[in-house]
Design a protein around this ligand. Sequence first.
Ligand code: HEM
Length: 281
Amino acid sequence: MPALTVRSGQWPAERIAAAILVSAPALWLTWRAATDDVGGRAFVEAIRHTGKWAIYILLATLAVTPARRIFATGRLIIMRRTFGLAAFAYALWHAWLYVAAFGYDAAFIVRDIVNQLYLTVGALALAILTVLALTSSDRAIAALGSVRWNRLHSLIYAAGVLAVLHYLLRSPLNVSQPMLMGGYLAWLLGYRALRVITGEAGPWQLLGLSVAIAALTTLAEVSWYALRTDIDPRRIAMGYLTFDGQVMAGWWILGAGLLVTLAGWRWGMRPRTPAGTTLSA
Ligand code: HEM
């Protein structure tokens, strides 16, 4: 059914929705910059916001395949390429802002990236995202063949791991946000592993996965503070129990995992791919 075959030049409702969603933060950031709402530390603020949006949208890209299976909405696949290209665009914007902040001084920038581990790791993540963006067209898929293309594009998980590590190394004294991102990424990787091992992940497997990843996130966060800071790890562990000041990353992972499990239970967890929708959507 050619009408349902989604090629990159076509704009079905899902692609339009994805484009609107990923454009909204860019419009918001541009508006804030134009109205000078960001204050004197404009570059730092802009670098932080674009970096955060790059990682959020990267995780959304990785969530498309699990979501279409869990919620039985095959057409979500149409959004994946738009999300992936947007994650790359925000990451490029983020890196360009850093380069501009240092006056395009190539020698300084190369030295800085080589000398600071968190920058080296970020640059590697960006290099992977660049390769994936350059090979995201229908023509590249046809040239590589779907097996090689899929193998190459599974590097997006490596880009995700490097991006989370970049975030973690950047903010070693307050790792709640990077740990949260890391927990979501671990859940998505765990889901993929479950599907490879068991063929299909049902509600009970999702429940087990969510509990296990929430526990691992908790352990990772408490261990990070114990090993990398002077903060007493018992205080962090108590924070998990008392909700004092903030809800810790492990609880967010557990809550999100339970919600996804319940919603998936409700909608049947059956993959339904619309006829004619191709991998290249
Ligand atoms: C050559 C590549 C990259 C460079 C030069 C770079 C540079 C930076 C710099 C300088 C900061 C610190 C900003 C500050 O707090 O002062 C930062 C933070 C960050 N970067 Fe990158 N980055 C790169 C790649 C990436 C990529 C690929 C991602 C995600 C996909 C990313 C996500 C982030 C995030 C989430 C933060 C933390 C933001 C915050 O503190 O709230 N970066 N990056």
